[in-house]
Design a protein around this ligand. Structure first.
Ligand code: SF4
Length: 428
């Protein structure tokens, strides 16, 4: 049998150049990173057909942030989506996903792929657009679209292989309030129910893996059964899908395909750690890509915050990759400002996660410097150290230029104590 050369297979034999470069960025021994890639614990989404900045995702790496952009039928402005993508990259996004469903989908993808970042897509969206409805998508069309995305240079594909007939049964026997909230998941459920057939991505998974190996594209095993509200978190469909995804994740490695697994949507905070650890254990520590998790359902307009709270806790327990949520989640297609705000908040959640899982000698120095700058009331240094210093400076300076800040003014606690110590002798 002829085996396509893929990053996993190269890592079984040595340390490819892209691994040397990614390992340098992560301060990880390149041989260790190569072993982790071969074992499926780190992925580097980098389609050999397209050159761009690369990043590693998974065990021992910094937590990554993905930002979704893309047209809808109601708002289809490619230039606007590119502006959003640039805003995301300028504000700390590591990867982009093009989730377009409106207009010339190939043209949007071509424009997004011009940007200097790893790019992911969800090919079933385009298959449904071309067929007219989910029920009219057959396996030929779906695989043809997947191949086109690989040929175009997409680096990772969300493929809902675990949304199979067992998952549909689980939905029926243990119904959920929100049913299915994943768009890709809903398309596959509609395809199976309308056509009376198994999901082709599940039924023909070996063929799918052969195709992905041919282009060395990362599979992101989509969580089409993610709960859409806290009350659905404990229902059967999610667990059924995870059991399936665990088996599929394992099958990717001998096929030479790098894999990630996507994680739950809406779950209570006290279930976040358990879910993350369970998925990690079941998949032999595949990189885990989380959509949220959103830890309350009653804060529309602030779902970027609820997702960041869930995301930070998830990262503490082992999640590797956060999908940014914007303030317009559940409400509208995000604006460029929403993308900027969501990216920043997700980046902060990722940093909080890094603080408790990366080598502390690399992550805590800046925290210490910030504390010292605050103690000295050294505002310029605080803004230099801040993740988003310009924003912090604007807030500080809106009440004028002052030694302390307008919160306490001349009653500044830091200043009072420092002056007392200076006068009476105390700490330096
Ligand atoms: S004025 Fe108050 S809030 Fe501002 S730096 Fe001093 S202690 Fe902190």
């Amino acid at each position: 049998m002829f085996f396509m050369q893929t990053l996993i297979r190269e890592c079984l034999k040595g340390v490819p150049p892209e691994v040397v470069s990614a390992a340098r960025d992560e301060h990880i021994d390149p041989h260790r990173m190569a072993r982790a890639i071969a074992r499926g614990r780190i992925v580097i989404p980098a389609n050999p057909g397209r050159a761009h900045r690369i990043c590693a995702i998974g065990e021992g790496c910094g937590i990554r942030v993905n930002v979704n952009v893309g047209t809808s039928v109601n708002r289809c402005d490619i230039d606007l989506e590119i502006r959003k993508a640039r805003a995301a990259l300028d504000n700390g996004a590591d990867t982009l996903m093009d989730l377009s469903t409106g207009g010339d989908l190939r043209e949007v993808r071509r424009r997004v792929l011009e940007l200097d970042a790893p790019v992911g897509t969800v090919p079933v969206y385009e298959a449904v657009r071309r067929a007219g409805s989910a029920g009219d998508v057959d396996s030929d069309l779906l695989f043809r679209v997947i191949r086109e995305h690989c040929e175009d240079g997409v680096d990772f594909l969300t493929l809902h292989c675990g949304v199979n007939l067992d998952a549909v049964d689980a939905l029926k026997t243990d119904p959920r309030i929100m049913g299915v909230v994943s768009r890709g998941g809903a398309f596959h459920v509609a395809m199976m129910v309308e056509r009376g057939e198994e999901n082709p991505l599940y039924a023909e998974y070996d063929y799918l893996l052969e195709m992905l190996a041919e282009y060395d594209v990362v599979i992101s095993l989509g969580d089409g059964m993610r709960p859409g509200c806290l009350h659905d978190a404990g229902r059967l469909a999610k667990s059924t899908e995870y059991l399936t995804l665990a088996g599929l994740a394992k099958r990717a490695l001998p096929a030479g395909v790098q894999r990630m697994v996507e994680g739950p949507g809406h779950i209570p905070l006290d279930q976040v750690g358990y879910n993350v650890r369970m998925i990690k254990e079941m998949t032999d520590s595949a990189p885990l890509y989380l959509l949220g998790p959103l830890v309350t359902d009653i804060a529309p307009g602030y779902d970027h915050v609820t997702a960041a709270i869930g995301g930070a806790v998830a990262c503490m327990h082992g999640a590797d990759f956060l999908c940014m949520v914007t303030p317009s989640e559940h409400l509208a297609l995000p604006s460029p400002e929403d993308i900027m705000e969501g990216t920043r908040v997700a980046r902060i959640a990722a940093h909080i996660g890094d603080l408790v899982r990366k080598d502390q000698s690399r992550t805590w120095g800046r925290e210490l410097q910030m504390a010292e700058a605050r103690q000295r009331l050294d505002w310029d240094e605080q803004f230099r150290l801040a993740l988003y210093g310009d924003h912090a400076r604007r807030i500080h300076e809106r009440d004028g230029d002052m030694e302390t800040c307008s919160m306490c003014g001349d009653l500044c606690a830091i200043k009072i104590v420092q002056e007392i110590f200076d006068k009476k002798g105390g700490r330096e």
